[in-house]
Design a protein around this ligand. Structure first.
Ligand SMILES: Cc1cc2nc3c(=O)[nH]c(=O)nc-3n(C[C@H](O)[C@H](O)[C@H](O)COP(=O)(O)OP(=O)(O)OC[C@H]3O[C@@H](n4cnc5c(N)ncnc54)[C@H](O)[C@@H]3O)c2cc1C
Length: 328
């Protein structure tokens, strides 16, 4: 599969008004979401070439079907990284971008929006649209690509993604602190955010009991020693502590509900939750795991604008019918 023949295939199905189920490795469907009912299924997983990698420019361009784990291993050979941390190693680059996945390190490095500098996608009209480029400062036309981030395959097929990558820190260390109440944990979070420390991640979890704060720090040995001094009572724990955070979704049967809120609202929200939850404490996001009866997610997007965008790309609702734009 190439971007050109993917564009032609989409156009042919659209001309025949066939509904299309679009994905990478379809791991989202395996996670419990019902597959979108469709006339045809198209996977971009065969489109998986490394197109360009300039370690000195900190940029890389790959096709959307490349497994995220393969991209990570290419970059780590040059001590570089893309800290989006999807919880599922088989996720393709296109799946990660279309689902706008991010992990604990978004506190310091941001989300896909902050890392993507260019993209090529194929539309139902059979066109290949190029947006942005390979230059970190050249953001002209990148708005179109930004629409694809988090679009869940409802607008067009992502073919190529160009990223700005990050150097790996010299050393990393994970600190853990334990608290009896959520309020104590978030008071410590506030102190850290107001200090000189710049942790890559601050997550607060409510299992196995009480509240645990995990802090990921990176830098020179001197910088890491400063963390140890500024975090009295914190234990240094193995980096594998993050594995249970990354694998949160696969640890339990059920549904993960994502809640966004102000930093000041997080303590009360965590205190009130009776199910396992992770607070991405520097970002105002909580992921709560419900074995049954999950609450309906709050919709706080601009639905009218999203409808207009959907009309522009896919007026007949052929792509991933039933999957709402911007929602799982
Ligand atoms: C432990 C665990 C945690 C997870 N956490 C999350 C989570 O927090 N949020 C979440 O959304 N999913 C989550 N998932 C589901 C899944 O891992 C992600 O959605 C990931 O993106 C899947 O990669 P994939 O290649 O299998 O994509 P798929 O499952 O095939 O697709 C994911 C979404 O991206 C779209 N898509 C895929 N490729 C393209 C492309 N080339 N162009 C346009 N659209 C495309 C699909 O239409 C679909 O809507 C999780 C899965 C596991 C096992």
């Amino acid at each position: 599969m190439t971007p050109e023949n993917l564009a032609a295939e989409l156009h042919s199905h659209a001309t025949d008004r066939r509904t299309i189920r679009l994905g990478g490795n379809f791991s989202k469907d395996r996670l419990g979401g019902a597959p979108c009912p469709a006339g045809v299924t198209i996977s971009t997983r065969e489109m998986r070439r490394l197109l360009q990698y300039d370690p000195r420019d900190l940029t890389v361009s790959v096709e959307a079907g490349m497994p995220w784990s393969e991209l990570e291993s290419i970059l780590s050979g040059h001590r570089q990284m893309l800290p989006l941390d999807p919880g599922w190693p088989a996720s393709t680059v296109g799946g990660v971008v279309a689902a706008n996945l991010s992990g604990p390190r978004r506190r310091l490095y941001g989300t896909a929006r902050d890392m993507i500098i260019g993209m090529t996608f194929a539309t139902l009209e059979g066109k290949l649209v190029q947006s942005g480029g390979m230059v970190v400062k050249n953001v002209a036309g990148l708005d179109m690509a930004k629409l694809m981030i988090g679009s869940f395959g409802t607008l067009a097929a992502i073919c190529v993604v160009n990223f700005k990558v990050f150097p790996m820190p010299v050393e990393t260390r994970t600190f853990e602190m334990r608290f009896a109440t959520a309020q104590q944990a978030f008071t410590e979070r506030d102190r850290i955010l107001q200090s000189v420390l710049q942790p890559a991640a601050i997550d607060i979890v409510n299992w196995p009991d009480g509240f645990r704060m995990l802090i990921a720090a990176g830098g020179s040995p001197a910088v890491l020693d400063r963390y140890a001094r500024e975090l009295p009572g914190a234990l240094v724990v193995d980096e594998s502590a993050w594995d249970e955070i990354r694998n949160f979704g696969s640890r339990f049967e059920g549904t993960i509900v994502t809640m966004s809120m102000k930093l000041t609202e997080m303590a009360a929200a965590m205190e009130s939750l009776k199910v396992p939850a992770i607070a991405r404490a520097g970002n105002g996001v909580i992921y709560a795991h419900y074995a049954q009866n999950p609450p309906q997610p709050q919709w706080n997007g601009d639905f009218a604008t999203m409808e207009r965008v959907k009309q522009m790309f896919d007026p007949e609702r052929l792509l991933n019918r039933g999957r709402l734009y911007g929602r799982i």
